[in-house]
Structure formats: C-alpha cells, structure tokens
Design a protein around this ligand. Structure first.
Ligand SMILES: [Zn+2]
Length: 368
C-alpha cells in the first residue's frame, strides 16, 4: 500500500468518526430536548413501594346528599324515602374520615380488569400502597330532579369562581348559593385535595347518570327552552373538569323505570331506553362501558337484554349488595356495591362494621 493511499484511508476513517460523533451528539440533543418537553408532573406524587393486593375489592355507593334535613324530612310521610335511601351531608362528612382512617383508598374501576383486542376480559393483578384496601365509589342518580329543588338537595353542579366543580343549592330561606359541600362530588374533591393518599392516582368515583330529567341538574331533556345553549356550554365545561379530576361516568339507564326493578322490561323497551340515553346523555358525558342498573338490577348471563347491552359496548355491570360479589365472565364483569343509606345506618348497622361505626356518624336530624 502506498503511503498516500494509507493517509487517505486514515482521513476516511477520521471523517467517518467525525460524522458518527456528530450523529451521536445530535441524538443526545434530541433525547435531552424530549426530556425537557415532558409535561411537568402534577402535585400528586405516585406512591412508591406498591405491593400486590389479593384481598376483597370494596365498592360503596350513595345517592345525592340531603343538605337540609329540615326540608327533606318535612314531607307528608316525614321524607321517609329520603330517610331510607339517602344520607345527610353531615353523615357523609363524618363517614369519609372514617374510611380514610380504616385505610381505604379510592381506585379507578378500570384497575379491576384487562381487555385484549378482541374484548376478552381478565382479572388484573392489583398493586397498591401497602396496607391500603381498594375502594370504588359511585353516586347514583346525579340528575338533581326538578321536584327536589326545594326539598333540601343541591339544585345542580356548577363551576365555582376557581373553576372547580361545586354545588348550587337553594337555602331554606330561598337564596341560591354556590357551595363546596352540597353533594358528594365537591366534598370528595376537597377531601382528596387534603388527603391525596385517599386516592390512588387521583381516582375519585363514578357518576351514574339518567336522562329523563336532564343531566347534572340541567333540563336538557326539554328541547327548546331559553338558555339551553348556555346550559349545554356549562355542562360541557363541568364534565371536562370532572373527568380531569378523576371522575368517570356510567349509564344508569335513561328512564330509571320500575320495569327494570320488576324485571319486566322487554328487549324493545330496553333498546328504546338505551337509544334515548345515547341521544340525550352520551353527547354530554361521553362514551362509557359502565352500566349501573337502576334499582341495582343486573340482567343475567345469556339473557338477550344482557346480550344487547354487551353489543352496545357495556362490559362493567354494577348492582347492589353488601356481599360485594365480583364475578368475571369472558367479556365482562359484574359486581355488587354496598348501599350506604338510612336503612343501612339504622337497621343493618352491623353490616357496616368494616367501614365505620354508624353510631358515630348518624345525623340526629333523622329523629327530629
Ligand atoms: Zn338509581
């Protein structure tokens, strides 16, 4: 090999090395840039040292809270149905710290399962902070029925001045006020803000929505009323905020008709109901795979009505039952939820011992 050729080869080698170095440097710059443009983490710091959890999964549910018992319990029958199926604001505010002290942690219900691309469902292993017990929370009938406006319940969900979801309440003397403790949602939001370890990755709960009296307290079921467009804009903002802050939505049927409870609903009636939910509720709350049967109703396996709901994309069915029975089927799951209400607090309080002591939370207003 001539000396000249040898020098040229060395030059070639140097050039290759320089190009490679340049390429590497560029790569490092890109990686560095990507690191810098990563979204900044939220205040919530994910818990470390997670351990496998194989125990019971808890799921509790509430209805809208009674804010003014003096109004709710003043009906002809002493507000007996409210007394039976609801808890008061004071009771709920006492229950939450007890659940927290008893090491419950709110989880997103999607942690219960994995789905493959064909929709086959399997139970997912749950990794939780050590000592914590997973709890799903749901709220049924978050529609704030028109006839309850002056009965001691919140009137609707709104955004407060800080842009957080709050409650609009009519006080006993007729004033309309925006509060942060007029129902489950803002109370949970504020409690989790104070105790972030009560929520696993920011999970809050599931809002079960019907449609026969509108959505979240807005009468969108009525076609043409003045202010409907503004209401729709408001609902859109509220739903966005709810989802951002860890809330999920479920269908609770459109009509909440007793034919669900009586199990006499026909397939055609169910289709009609589901279509109305799709038209009048889904545009606001979005798609959901969760169906919370009205009155805790669950259609059983191979029932054509169940097949229909499966064909609509529902794969999580929640009923009612203190046993918290959780069953996995090839493409869906069913689970019972513990009903925490007046009947439970008063008559079957022993069933609540895993959660809290009813004696410590019960509202004296129940006996007035
Ligand atoms: Zn309901």
């Amino acid at each position: 090999m001539s000396k000249l050729k040898h020098i040229k080869n060395i030059e070639k080698l140097y050039k290759t090395i320089i190009i490679l170095c340049g390429f590497l440097a560029l790569l490092l710059i890109i990686i560095n840039l990507r690191e810098k443009t990563k979204p900044t983490p939220k205040v919530y710091t994910p818990p470390e040292n997670l351990v496998s959890y194989t125990g019971k999964i808890y799921h509790i549910f509430f209805h809208s809270l009674i804010i003014y018992p003096e109004l709710a319990f003043s009906g002809i029958d002493g507000g007996q149905s409210f007394k039976d199926y609801m808890v008061t604001r004071s009771e709920f505010k006492k229950i939450l710290p007890k659940l927290y002290e008893n090491n419950f942690i709110l989880i997103n219900s999607e942690l219960l399962y994995s789905l493959d691309i064909n929709g086959n469902m399997t139970r997912k292993g749950l990794m939780l902070p050590e000592g914590k017990k997973p709890m799903i929370l749901s709220i049924d009938d978050v529609n704030y029925q028109t006839d309850r406006d002056h009965m001691g319940f919140a009137r609707r969900l709104v955004l407060d001045n800080a842009g957080n979801v709050a409650t609009e309440v009519i006080t006993p003397n007729g004033q309309t006020v925006v509060t942060r403790d007029g129902d489950v949602v803002p109370i949970i939001d504020d409690f989790v803000a104070l105790h972030p370890d009560f929520s696993f990755h920011g999970a809050k709960g599931i809002i079960a929505e019907t449609g026969f009296d509108g959505v979240l307290g807005y009468r969108t079921n009525i076609r043409n009323y003045i202010g409907r467009e503004k209401d729709i804009q408001d609902i859109t903002k509220i739903v966005r905020k709810l989802k951002e802050s860890g809330w999920q939505f479920a269908s609770h049927s459109y009509s909440h008709d007793p034919i669900f409870k009586e199990n006499t609903i026909t397939l055609d009636q169910l289709k009609y109901d589901a279509d109305k939910w799709d038209r009048e509720v889904k545009p606001f709350v979005g798609t959901t795979t969760i169906f919370i049967g009205p009155f805790g109703q669950i259609f059983r396996e191979e029932d054509q009505r169940k097949e229909y709901l499966l064909s609509k994309g529902f794969n999580v069915f929640y009923g009612v039952g203190m046993d918290l029975d959780l069953r996995y089927f090839p493409t869906y799951l069913e689970m019972n939820r513990a009903d925490i209400d007046g009947i439970r607090l008063n008559q079957y309080s022993g069933m609540l011992k895993e959660y809290f002591d009813p004696k410590e939370v019960i509202d004296p207003a129940r006996n007035n």
